[in-house]
Design a protein around this ligand. Sequence first.
Ligand code: OAD
Length: 239
Amino acid sequence: MHGFSENTLKEYKNIVFFTGAGMSAESGVPTYRGMGGIWHQYNWEEYACQQAFDSTPEKVLEFHDLRRQKIFGCKPHAGHYTLVEIEKQHSSVSIITQNIDGLHQLSGSSNVTELHGSIWRVCCDFCQDISLDYGAIYASKVCYKCNRWVRPDIVWFGDRLSTEVLRKVDNIVKKCDLFFSIGTSGVVYPAAGYLYLARSNGAKCIEINPEPTDSSPLFHHCIRGDASVILPGLFQSVD
Ligand code: OAD
């Protein structure tokens, strides 16, 4: 397909970039599935659900400390910076990310909604106090206020997503007329449903992923390749 220029982007009112782990892969953040995926190495039942945290909180927090160490220091790549430029050129650009690494914000994108929370925040498992904790390892694994365990403020398997975030994202996706899905396998709901919502509301839907996904047949265009290469190429004249 042809690339997008500043002018062709203006033909669209509301643009959504929906991103998954593949968006961060070239920054050095491991994906969840596929080669080298986190869930091949670790059982999520032991590390990424409330039941695991309830029975072995220290083990779960150590796992998340390892993830923090891996992610801390990772830098955004050219694909992230392309989205920053597009946001400067167009009046309605929304990034909806399943990623918990904060790389979109670090690159300078401002309109970012985190569907699955952030590894750089903790939430007290008892008093629910949420605080920032940005660093390679946890500054504290217990709540400053009540001294109980904190858990990462991220969505684990079996957790409910915040109603407020879901409502916000639904509204953004319903209104969009150009929807990019970048680096996601599209198997985790409700995130995976946004393609259907965008498509049923008439948006043009484009997938950017080196591999086909189960959802590929539903996109108008599938572009095969890495986010750091495809994005700058696709939006060449937007800078
Ligand atoms: P996955 O690991 O399931 O999928 C990553 C996708 O990125 C795959 O389709 C890869 O082909 C693609 N990919 C790999 N390298 C890429 C690159 N350089 N450029 C573009 N794409 C690339 O990750 P997600 O779909 O994000 O949830 O996973 C969804 C959710 O499942 C995560 O948010 C997490 C996980 O369990 C929770 O923890 C709640």
